[in-house]
Design a protein around this ligand. Structure first.
Ligand SMILES: *[C@@H]1O[C@H](CO)[C@@H](O)[C@H](O)[C@H]1NC(C)=O
Ligand SMILES: *[C@@H]1O[C@H](CO)[C@@H](O)[C@H](O)[C@H]1NC(C)=O
Ligand SMILES: *[C@@H]1O[C@H](CO)[C@@H](O)[C@H](O)[C@H]1NC(C)=O
Ligand SMILES: *[C@@H]1O[C@H](CO)[C@@H](O)[C@H](O)[C@H]1NC(C)=O
Length: 440
């Protein structure tokens, strides 16, 4: 069990990897304070026992060029889909469709305007893809497309951030009713837009695979993850979902022991154990393989189920410039200009893994004759260019009411609402439209 498993990646530079892991292990400690759930987690349905040996690796998946992501389904008689990931942010006088007063479902930590963020320039930008235009978000079209359907966001707090953006965008047209909630901090919630019988829900599954999260109550100072088993909290619901958006990543930076086939594969940032340091790239890839394999297998095994659309929102980079607990940790007030900011190694690698695994799974899904589509919502570059869109110190109300303090916690990971993340949902709408058209 002592070797690292690099066979899914080209032989890259191990030193670079090690430096990266070390760096991000430190960053992850800072980020821990941000993941907003310091309290013990309520995990009724998770078991310690990995299911029977399930993981197989799709041998050629890493050879699929990333440009094929989401193009696994044959496009009949239609122009190729727009590459939304390539473009730039341009000024836009329209401004946001909602605000912290008009939308009641914004999580406190992301309600920047209400928390006294003084500048508003970050609200007046629009993503302009090189190949196409993104139409203004039409909440009624979105609701019609999910009429009689269930759309779920599955993942960590970035999934929740995207869900809350969508709820705000949709509630400008129709009010949702919260019909279900469960878990610490309501990590599992479901809303219904009764006028459309449309259900939108959120599932807290920050790893997508089975595991136990570190917490005081479990006595664990590291996560325990079972890379060969999908997390039942979403997998057992999958048959009842019409659309699922997966969004994870940042939690893989935290200290964790990884299991595969009931034995320890290695660990990330846990010097107190004598396990092989395996970083987080390879395990992130394995987690995605397991997740997308579960999706395709479940789809084959229930042929009567309706057409399904599975979307993976790619990794969203953080923008800490200074120390996370000091004033001005993400001080920018405008997007980066073209060429001003290169994607960092870690962000690029996390995105690449997702895009490659989605491309491989999309090829499998394409054999379903339209019953299952899998695509990447490739936001990594869009997100990278928006250092101005985070709450920063305004994750708390009026942080400078008594002057500038010695220490102030900053959130340079999540997005203000309204904010750049609304664009993710504008693109999601275009992807859903396309899916519907191709299937009709
Ligand atoms: C786990 O089992 C699967 C399927 O039997 C196999 O492909 C994989 O290599 C195994 N992994 C390890 C780390 O032994
Ligand atoms: C928020 O939106 C509502 C409804 O569109 C509007 O009346 C109000 O002026 C807005 N508030 C702010 C602070 O922009
Ligand atoms: C309402 O939506 C659910 C899916 O969320 C679906 O199963 C059900 O059939 C729909 N009801 C009607 C009357 O169409
Ligand atoms: C840690 O593992 C190495 C290599 O397997 C072994 O030589 C060493 O004795 C182990 N140390 C402890 C404290 O278990």
């Amino acid at each position: 069990m002592g070797t690292t498993h690099h066979h899914h990646q080209p032989p890259t530079f191990p030193t670079k990897k090690l430096i990266t892991w070390g760096l991000y292990a430190l960053l992850s400690l800072a980020l821990l304070h941000l993941y907003l759930f310091p309290v013990p987690l309520n995990q009724p349905k998770v078991t310690n026992h990995p299911r029977s040996q399930k993981t197989t690796t799709t041998s050629s998946s890493s050879l699929i060029p990333s440009s094929q992501a989401g193009k696994g389904v044959e496009q009949r008689r239609r122009s190729p889909p727009c590459d939304y990931s390539d473009g730039r942010w341009v000024p836009d006088a329209r401004g946001p469709r909602y605000n912290g007063t008009s939308c009641s479902t914004i999580k406190d930590g992301q309600n920047c305007m209400a928390h006294g963020r003084p500048d508003t320039g970050y609200l007046y930008w629009r993503w302009r893809p090189s190949q196409c235009q993104i139409p203004a978000f039409d909440p009624t079209s979105f609701l019609q497309l999910i009429q009689n359907k269930h759309l779920a966001f599955v993942g960590d707090s970035m999934a929740r951030n995207q869900l809350e953006s969508l709820l705000c965008l949709l509630s400008t047209a129709s009010s949702p009713e919260l019909v279900y909630r469960d878990g610490e901090e309501n990590k599992f919630r479901r809303w219904v837009f009764h006028a459309y019988n449309a259900t939108v829900s959120v599932f807290w599954c920050p790893f997508l695979v089975k595991g136990i999260e570190k917490s005081a109550s479990s006595g664990l100072n590291h996560n325990k993850l079972y890379l060969d088993s999908a997390d039942d909290r979403w997998a057992s619901e999958l048959d009842r979902l019409d659309m699922a958006v997966f969004s994870v990543g940042h939690w893989f930076l935290h200290p964790a022991v990884y299991y595969e086939n009931k034995s320890v594969l290695g660990c990330h940032h846990c010097p107190e154990f004598n396990h092989t340091e395996i970083g987080f790239f390879d395990v992130f890839r394995k987690a995605f393989k397991t997740t997308l394999k579960e999706v395709t297998e479940r789809s084959w095994s229930s042929p009567s189920s309706s057409e399904k659309f599975v979307v993976v929102t790619t990794f969203s980079p953080a923008h800490f410039e200074g120390e996370w607990d000091k004033f001005g940790a993400c001080p920018k007030k405008e997007p980066y200009r073209e060429g001003e900011k290169e994607m960092e190694y870690m962000d690029a690698e996390m995105r690449k893994i997702e895009v490659e695994e989605v491309a491989a799974a999309a090829k499998e899904a394409a054999k379903s004759g339209g019953r299952l589509r899998i695509e990447a919502l490739d936001v990594t570059k869009l997100a990278l260019l928006r250092p101005d869109g985070h709450p920063g110190p305004y994750m708390y109300p009026n942080p400078f009411a008594d002057g500038i303090k010695e220490k102030v916690q900053n959130d340079c990971v999540h997005w203000c609402l309204p904010g750049p993340i609304d664009t993710w949902n504008e693109i999601l709408l275009e992807m859903i439209k396309r899916w519907k058209e191709d299937n009709s």
